[in-house]
Design a protein around this ligand. Structure first.
Ligand SMILES: CC(C)CCNC(=O)Cn1cc(-c2ccc3c(-c4nc5ccccc5[nH]4)n[nH]c3c2)cn1
Length: 262
């Protein structure tokens, strides 16, 4: 591929992804999202090898709820990622607009994310960074894990935690090694945020958020009204001991998911 294979359209997202443009591949008229990364920026942050590894992983992941990486190419100064275009944009904008989701919508999203994570874990890929900012919505309203987090992961390794801590499980906050069960925790956080509009351990100061996470200081507000089945599921996912968290396969059999997910 080269840049000449594409007609470039409007910028997507708000530049927080770096530069991502709507683009159309000329021969097939296929619409894609073209992400442009500057080589000198990659060099500065020593992420070239990480990027190559992420590209390698992502190009082998084929799942309806994981945003496709179709390919990549580069020129003198830039690396271009040819990504799937998600017609309905960023999920968190939708969440901000309607404050919180219905139980049916939340359960449908959680079930599709659980299936995507089961697929990833089956391929020994973990920590798909599933906070709302990393989720896009396809033309049929289906969720797509876009995993912008690859750069956040990398920088996190080199710098103190930046951005929100809300999604980090105790083992990561206490920076002990983590396994696929971190994704169960993050999905529990996401499920809570879908239903209440805010993550469970949110606090003004990072230090307070840390403390609430490691103490699993889980409280359910009285508003909005949420079913006890939903609260039961969240309680089984937000468990400090990662080996005691509800396995994703069991999540798909939980009454709240069975009764509410489409
Ligand atoms: C290193 C590598 C393999 C990771 C690959 N993943 C990324 O680079 C993550 N990433 C995805 C994007 C991205 C951003 C926005 C979109 C969109 C999109 N559709 C929209 C519709 C309306 C409004 C905004 C939209 N953005 N579709 N696909 C996208 C893809 C940006 N970075």
């Amino acid at each position: 591929w080269t840049l000449n294979d594409f007609d470039i359209g409007k910028p997507l997202g708000r530049g927080k992804f770096g530069h991502v443009y709507l683009a159309r591949e000329k021969r097939s008229n296929h619409i894609v999202a073209l992400k442009v990364l500057f080589k000198n920026q990659l060099k500065q942050s020593q992420v070239e090898h990480q990027l190559r590894r992420e590209v390698e992983i992502q190009s082998h992941l084929r799942h309806p709820n994981i945003l496709r990486l179709y390919g990549y190419f580069y020129d003198q100064k830039r690396v271009y990622l040819i990504l799937e275009y998600a017609a309905k944009g960023e999920l968190y904008k939708e969440l901000q607009k309607c404050k919180y989701f219905s139980e049916r919508r939340a359960a449908t999203y959680v079930a599709s994310l659980a299936r995507a994570l089961i697929y990833c874990h089956g391929k020994h890929v973990i920590h798909r960074d599933i906070k709302p900012e990393n989720l896009l919505v396809g033309a049929q309203g289906e969720l797509k894990i876009a995993d912008f987090g690859w750069s956040v992961h990398t920088f996190n390794r080199r710098r103190t935690m930046c951005g929100t801590l809300d999604y980090l499980p105790p083992e990561m906050v206490e920076s002990v090694e983590h396994d696929a069960n971190v994704d169960i925790w993050s999905l529990g956080i996401l499920c809570y945020e879908f239903l209440y509009g805010v993550p469970p351990f949110e606090a003004k100061e990072h230090s307070d958020t840390y403390r609430r996470i490691v103490q699993v200081d889980l409280k359910f507000p009285s508003r909005p009204v949420v079913s006890s089945a939903a609260k039961d599921l969240i309680t089984q996912m937000l468990v400090k001991d990662s080996s005691q968290r509800l396995p994703l396969k069991k999540l798909l059999e939980h009454p709240w998911i069975v009764q509410n997910a489409d």
